[in-house]
Each structure stands twice: as structure tokens, then as C-alpha cells.
Design a protein around this ligand. Structure first.
Ligand code: 3PG
Length: 306
């Protein structure tokens, strides 16, 4: 049986070695497709794969059609909006993610970008500190919880909104539960986004919420560009010349925003949140173990499709 690791943005070499060990020790063959630049390369490589490990790589109906032997796709990471779940189900393919494995890496980058924003992108002028400032966490999943933990070290006051998370989980972490989106954006100097991209959340953060941020507010997005209404963001940055937006991925209108709001926006060139050796090792090896557990023993504990 063959397991294909298809990563347009490759894992660290040390993680690839770990993945190879897991796959080969199980008696399977590993094929690596890294930094591919066309969908055709992926379509050709999946043709005889039984298992597939990906990151943000798109797995749509066309890829699934081409993957005649495919039984499982594991997204080495948290968000699986890049996989067409319905198409996978109709092709009889199990889809899994590796929840929590890269969340500390993403949470650390939240602070990397937040410090940069409050220090005015290191332009030589006086900025502000994070100590005693308020942080609102929009969605209290694995990344949000790590963000809260680190924020405590900075001495920040932390609150969070998450309709899917019981209040006690927040209060146990020393985080104040908030139940209104408006309050979350109005009362926090820094708001950090951790909602997944779903039909419910796409373009859900726009002008109305962003323009509520208090004076010198910062919106940090290490989630997905799709959750932002980019026209609304642009309008909010135009009306509110004191606020900043920093994101771990370029929005579609990045060039326009950079030209119009120089010094108030920052975007990583590629999604970098999970791009650490540790996160690559954790998520990559978890993915390899999950592929083996499924192909060998039919275990599908982390399945996200029906
Ligand atoms: C995730 O959903 O796990 C993160 O956004 C990381 O994505 P990546 O594997 O493409 O870096």
C-alpha cells in the first residue's frame, strides 16, 4: 500500500523523516510530493495512493476522482475547509484532522504579530505594552486556549466568546466568558480570531464588528482569510485610522490594503502559524499514525466526515 504526503508547503525535514519511519515500519511505501506547483502533479501522484497526508492542500472532487485507490485523507493540522467532505464521503474516503497538534505554534505566532502591531511594526516610534491590556479570544478551541495561557504570561486580561464551549472551560482557565460578539470587539484592545471557515462563519467579521474595536485596537487573524469580509475590513481601516490588522495569510485585497494602510497592516507571505519544527513533527507524525491505524486496523477516531 502507498501513502502519499502531498504538501505544497513542505514539512520540516525532521518531520518528514518521522513520517517515513511510521509509514515504512508499518510495511507501507511512502511517496513525497512537495512544493508542487500545479494540480496536475497532485492528480498524477494520488492515482495509486491508498492513504494521503496533506496540509492546506486542496482535496476536491477532481482529486478524489483521480485517487481510485484512496481510503483515507489526513489533514495534518486543524482546519479541514480545504477538503470537500461531501465528495470524500461519496467516494467512500475517510477524512481526519489532527486536532491540537499544531495549536501552540499558531498561538505563539499570535503574540509574535501582536507585539509587532503594538510596537508600530518596529518603525522606531513608541508603541505600547501588552501588560494590563485586554485580549478577546474569538473561539475558544485548542489554539484559543493556548493563546489564553500565553496571554496570562504577558499580564493581559483575557475574555473569550465561543457558543460551542461551556463557560466553565473558560473560567477554569482564568478567562472571562463573553456572550455577545459586539461586546467582544468593543471591550478588547486586541481581538484574536480562531473561528474555522464554515458556511456559518465565512465573511462573518466585517465593518460592523471591526469598527467597534476600542482606540488603537488590533485585530489578529491566524485563522482563515475567508472569515473576514475584506471590503468591510478596508472600510473599517479607512474610517478608523487608529486600528491595525495583522494576519497570518494574505487577504485577497492585500496589495490594496498594504498600499492604503502602510504601517497598519501586516501579512505573512504564506501561512506560517503551524510552520515550526515542533508543529510539523507533532501534526505530521500524528497524521502518519492515524493513516496506519486506519489502513491496518480500521480505527477512525479523528474522522470528520460521515
Ligand atoms: C491548521 O488549520 O492546522 C493551520 O491553519 C495550519 O495550516 P498549514 O498546515 O497549512 O500550515
Amino acid at each position: 500500500m502507498k501513502v502519499l504526503v502531498a504538501t505544497e508547503k513542505p514539512f520540516a525535514a525532521v518531520a518528514v523523516n518521522g513520517i517515513r519511519d511510521v509509514i515504512e515500519n508499518a510495511g507501507y511505501e511512502l511517496e513525497l510530493l512537495e512544493k508542487y506547483s500545479s494540480k496536475e502533479e497532485l492528480l498524477a501522484a494520488v492515482a495509486n495512493a491508498d492513504g494521503l497526508i496533506i496540509r492546506s492542500d486542496k482535496v476536491d472532487a477532481e482529486v478524489l476522482d483521480a485517487a481510485k485507490q484512496l481510503k483515507i485523507v489526513v489533514r495534518a493540522g486543524a482546519g479541514y475547509d480545504n477538503v470537500d467532505l461531501a465528495a470524500a464521503t461519496s467516494h467512500g474516503v475517510c477524512v481526519e484532522n489532527t486536532p491540537g497538534q499544531n495549536s501552540n505554534a499558531v498561538a505563539e505566532l499570535v503574540f509574535g504579530m501582536t507585539v509587532m502591531a503594538v510596537r508600530n511594526m518596529y518603525n522606531g516610534t513608541s508603541g505600547t505594552e501588552l501588560k494590563d491590556k485586554s485580549l478577546g479570544i474569538h473561539a475558544f478551541g485548542q489554539v484559543g486556549r493556548n493563546v489564553a495561557r500565553i496571554a496570562k504570561g504577558f499580564g493581559m486580561k483575557v475574555s473569550a466568546l465561543d457558543p460551542y464551549c461551556p463557560d466553565e472551560v473558560m473560567t477554569d482557565a482564568g478567562v472571562e466568558p463573553i456572550h455577545s460578539l459586539e461586546e467582544l470587539y468593543k471591550n478588547n484592545k486586541v481581538v484574536s480570531l480562531h473561528i474555522p471557515a464554515t458556511d456559518e462563519t465565512r465573511k462573518s467579521v466585517g465593518y460592523e464588528l471591526i469598527s467597534l474595536l476600542p482606540k488603537n485596537g488590533v485585530l489578529v487573524n491566524t485563522a482563515r482569510k475567508e472569515v473576514i469580509d475584506e471590503d468591510g475590513l478596508q472600510k473599517a481601516l479607512r474610517d478608523r485610522t487608529d486600528i491595525k490588522y495583522v494576519a497570518d495569510i494574505r487577504p485577497d485585497n492585500a496589495a490594496e490594503l498594504e498600499a492604503e494602510f502602510a504601517g497598519r497592516v501586516f501579512f505573512t507571505p504564506k501561512k506560517m502559524g503551524a510552520q515550526t519544527a515542533e508543529a510539523n513533527i507533532n501534526a505530521g507524525i500524528a497524521a502518519a499514525n492515524q493513516v496506519v491505524a486506519f489502513l491496518r486496523d480500521g480505527i477512525d477516531r479523528f474522522r470528520v466526515n460521515k
